[in-house]
Write a protein that binds this ligand. Structure first.
Ligand code: SF4
Ligand code: SF4
Length: 166
């Protein structure tokens, strides 16, 4: 036999739950028009990756391999190379000559983003990754790198710039 206190506690819990139900019933319905209209994603949505540049336009990635080491799906492949006086790609000693992510394997866990010491890799909002040919799901650095501002080139449709990106 429940005590009076337990009955009151149960009634309060039901009332609290129903208040959320009624609030949602009275709020206006939101219909997503995707694919006829753009999908509305939360700011922190983890979509296809974006490789960022610094304020000088140099690649933020310094080829430290920490993202690849943190990746539980082993889907990041990097080849490092040295910057020279004639050819500089990043602000540090090394840069990623090759940077691939295999989206056949990526689980969008975000560990690579968390591991990166230079904030070089972030998640964009690109989610239209489906493909008939799985070999096209291996994204190369050129597909993920933020374009130089002066080129005016738009980012890949798969990799729209995240809000606040340079
Ligand atoms: S999001 Fe996760 S699985 Fe995908 S590349 Fe980054 S660490 Fe690997
Ligand atoms: S993306 Fe970040 S963690 Fe990965 S190699 Fe480049 S600098 Fe290192």
């Amino acid at each position: 036999m429940p005590t009076l206190g337990e009955v009151i506690e149960g009634a309060a819990a039901i009332a609290k739950g129903m208040s959320i139900t009624f609030r949602e019933m009275l709020s206006p319905a939101i219909t997503e028009e995707y694919p006829d209209g753009p999908a509305h994603l939360e700011e922190r949505y983890r979509g296809a990756h974006v490789l960022q540049r610094d304020e000088n336009g140099l690649e933020k990635c310094v080829a430290c391999f920490l993202c690849a080491a943190a990746c539980p799906a082993d889907c990041i492949y990097i080849e490092a190379a040295e910057n020279t006086h004639e050819q500089r790609f990043s602000g540090a000693e090394r840069y990623a000559k090759v940077y691939n992510i295999d989206y056949n394997r990526c689980i969008f866990c975000g560990y690579c983003v968390e591991a990166c010491p230079t904030d070089a890799i972030t998640h964009g909002h690109g989610f239209e990754l489906a493909a008939y040919d799985t070999s096209t799901l291996i994204y190369r650095k050129e597909q993920m790198l933020v374009p130089l501002p002066e080129t005016g080139a738009a980012p890949s449709q798969h990799n729209p710039l995240p809000a606040g990106a340079p």
